[in-house]
Design a protein around this ligand. Sequence first.
Ligand code: GDP
Length: 304
Amino acid sequence: KSLAEGLLKTRESLFRKIARSVAGKSKIDRELLDNLEEILIDSDMGVKTTLQIIERIENRTIRGRYANIDELTPILIEEIVSMLQDNDVEEVEDFVIPDSKKPYVIMVVGVNGVGKTTTIGKLAYHFKKKDKRIFLGAADTFRAAAVEQLNVWSERVGVPIVKQRMGADPASVVHDTLTSAIANNADIVIIDTAGRLHNKIGLMNELTKIKNVIKKIIPYAPHEILLVLDSSTGQNAYNQAEKFSKATEITSLAITKLDGTAKGGVVVGISNQLQVPVKYIGIGERLEDLQIFRKREFVNSLFG
Ligand code: GDP
């Protein structure tokens, strides 16, 4: 699936609404910017981010040079791109991770149902295609289904998994995973963690504990704490982003299910709100349907 196909719903929705707002106009005016504000908020870009974008467009158009209508899309694309954090391209370029960082440890966090396990399976698939040795760690021991699901992915992709019985200490699973991974000369270790959003302190304690076990074995790890969010849940995704960023230091985002929603604006709003880069996007259920996020390409696909 191409990026444009994956973003079809958001793209069509934006296109239709913007086309309606610009119809019959030759200049960008106040009314158009008001409509645009509503359109961006509707796409779940978030009020704060939308107002920032509109203000910048306003300064460049009606407050500055009174711009022609056909300048709207290029200006809009530029201003949205400027809201997005830079992805660390060296590390993620086509799923290549430099050997100097081996084993590269990705700790994956997020609530149940957002597509966390699927994203881990997809990541393992893409890294494996680059001839990397992957180890999965099933540290979400809270639900039997979580371990089982991750196991299914490990078999499907053909990568080893380290797991213990349900209810086992996640820290112990993490310890086992890293020692096995190091003994087997693994390149990349991906660790699944429990996604229950009990209280803030509970979540913080659990994630801190896991992080500390990782650090004890590999001082520079985890290289990434990847938060997985479901784009189709709108405001919930914002709330989860807020809660997790208070509980631990999120370094990167994976935004899933963009193929099923017209609310693709969450990608922009959440990245801007947390000041954390989006690293991966999910645009379908198949293993191939995970892409490295490139901000310009993404925004161009939304308006192109
Ligand atoms: P978890 O509970 O967070 O581990 O969620 P799962 O990985 O089990 O995913 C929940 C559901 O979302 C499954 O049916 C997945 O196939 C689906 N899913 C995950 N990512 C995507 C995506 O990018 N697009 C679509 N359409 N479905 C997805």
